[in-house]
Design a protein around this ligand. Sequence first.
Ligand SMILES: N[C@@H](CCC(=O)N[C@@H](CS)C(=O)NCC(=O)O)C(=O)O
Length: 322
Amino acid sequence: MAPGITSWASKDGDFKRQESQFRDAVEPNADAKFPAEKGRYHLYVSLACPWATRALIVRKLKGLEDFFDVSVVHPFMGEKGWSFGADKYEGQGSGGEEIANVTGDKVYGFEYIRELYFKADPKYSARFTVPVFWDKKQETLVSNESSEIIRFMNTAFNDKIEGKHAKLDLYPQALRKEIDELNDPIYNKVNNGVYKSGFATTQKAYSEAVHPLFEQLDKIEKILDGHDFLVGDQLTEADVRLWVTLIRFDPVYVGHFKCNIRTIRAGYPNINRYMKNLYHNYPAFRDSTDFTHIKVHYYTSHPQVNPTRIVPEGPIPHIEPM
Ligand SMILES: N[C@@H](CCC(=O)N[C@@H](CS)C(=O)NCC(=O)O)C(=O)O
């Protein structure tokens, strides 16, 4: 077992996210290493995980449900990492109860996500993260980096899908510069900023994460004034990448990760409207959201942050109506 799988902070109290190790891509051409083929691939996710949820949202936005199926892990993550229910937390809170929407491993019947990593590379020695984009033909991991998985989903299958799904371009040439310029601070200060705040083990590391996080949210609040999307008044990957953190913010990050300078619902009217619009009016966003998985995962899987593992009841509602 990898030592300290549930210890996230470095010696100086900062949380550092590891670089993903599998960085290939599915490509449209038949002679590619990983050619776009219907039924060939499989996506492994946690419904709790914001990075994995990016891939689920784009799969649905691009109409790729028939192209590759999905396996969903149990939200409790123990010492051996993500499991399909082999490791359950039998304690207080909702962690010990049966959780809906856990599928088991539909490809191999494995118990743990780590088994996929060792199948792909017996010498693998880094973290066993989701999402995992898996090639059933070569029995290997194509990519475990969500930002790249959503990029190839956006393009690789386009000549095999139709209409609005093929036309939808989440990373259009004309907007790339603007999207890239936003992705960078949003990744560092928001998507990863909540983890840096929550996993900090010194006051200094916490402060150095939580203030930039809220300063970046303040900037986003201004960008969204009078707009439904971050860039170009159209849905792009920048929205997908930001939204997965926003939807978890009030239910989890405010309490569990101490990101409590403001809530989204009370402190950011534009961000709240934007978040609610995508949830209530875009099934790809709503259907990829499972608040039970989200809350049970965070509150029960980080005993150094929440030793009682009690899952709080609120906020009620998890997301406000339009
Ligand atoms: N850079 C990766 C990050 C993925 C990631 O860190 N996933 C978390 C879940 S939210 C995970 O699987 N963590 C397990 C671990 O670190 O042991 C991506 O965007 O795909």
